[in-house]
Design a binder for this molecule. Sequence first.
Ligand SMILES: C[S@@+](CC[C@H](N)C(=O)[O-])C[C@H]1O[C@@H](n2cnc3c(N)ncnc32)[C@H](O)[C@@H]1O
Length: 432
Amino acid sequence: MMLCPDMVRPNMARTKEFRAGGSFFDNFGGVLKELVARLGSAAATGQMRILGRSAARTGLIARGMAIIALGSLSNSLGSRLKTVLGRGGSRARPHPAVSLPEAFPAVDLAVADPIADILDAPAFQPCTEFFAANEAIERALVSPVTQALLFTLVRNIRPEHVIEIGTYKASTTEAICRALYANNRGIVHTVDPYGAGMVFDNLRKWPAVLRHHVCFYPTDSMDFYDLARHEGIRAGLVFVDGNHDYEFALFDIESAARLIRPGGFIIIDNVSQAGPYFAARDFLRNHPRWHECGHCIDNYRPEFPFDPHRTTIINTDACALRSPTNYFVGDRPTTRGQQIVTAGKIDGISLAVAEPATGTLYLQCVVRVFGTPPTEATIENTVTMSGTHGATRVPLQWKFDPKDVQFARTAELWLGWQGDQELELAEEPNLF
Ligand SMILES: C[S@@+](CC[C@H](N)C(=O)[O-])C[C@H]1O[C@@H](n2cnc3c(N)ncnc32)[C@H](O)[C@@H]1O
């Protein structure tokens, strides 16, 4: 579920947005219809539970606010996001009075650790002072340096999408939005299953032009990541600051890594706590192509599972991880998850091989049709490469039964590789 608060018209009785007395299907029907169309009825029923559960948990239905999200979802989540982006990008700005730091460090993102350069730059000081003096810092659970760092990263990356897991009072969301506003592009997707009323109370106080850059999801990160995957969101920066138990933090980091852009950043807060710290450490162990900007992962002191002196980003409690600039395939098969198929057939996959590759590529595609009953089938191909480089097409053929084309269909592509080095791809593999 998504709430884009720039949809809230000032002084409008919010309950008017909710069709009072309408049945559950009247008010939620758009969402259900969309999901039926996109995912098939079985999947839609599952999503319906999610929406109902989230709305009930946050008490939004009672407040008459949920329809703001549901209306936008029923118009299609994807086009809604584009609408918000379009407004941010092309409209003349009616309220130019959003205050911004007087300076921030512009850094070379091509270096391995631009965060060290940001922290060392003289311009980082006034940037931090801005956030220290901003009244929103009173509502933050992070330091002004953390907000200045996130602001500076967003200013430099100029991302289309930023994700914040754990909104709390939307203070850090606001810092990120200031950077997106200054960039004149981008959305921060901020996610929190608790305290939606509190979030809205704060978002309503923002200048409207800042709100154009935020979408709030009053749900948990698992719901959100599933939506984000369906929408094909690729983020330049993810701020992981939700549930700090190890298992939750690890899920949030792993899920962020699946949708991060090459060279993107995951900033993990509260690494003084063992949960986020070990989640970051285990993630790096399992993904050796990622690296830490800083050295907190090396800073483990066995006598202090909770260790406030762990971070190397001074005056924060954060750890920064950076994704590789290309996609790597090794002997353990990898997937980006299920993708929706709209064509009546699959012919193969296209690969952009970044470095000459010698070895064997194992491809498997799991094809699912969400009919009654749902069906599942697989296609396999094994390809030998010898110095292969550049654009490469590999056949992986499947023709849907014409009677299945009416149903939602997905393809889940798995790639494995055995060679002298990992297979390096400049782009995600694409089905064609
Ligand atoms: C440390 S606070 C976030 C602070 C905020 N990012 C800031 O900078 O001020 C953690 C937030 O995560 C939220 N949270 C807890 N479990 C969550 C989950 N599964 N998914 C997303 N957010 C969650 C909590 O409700 C809480 O508001």
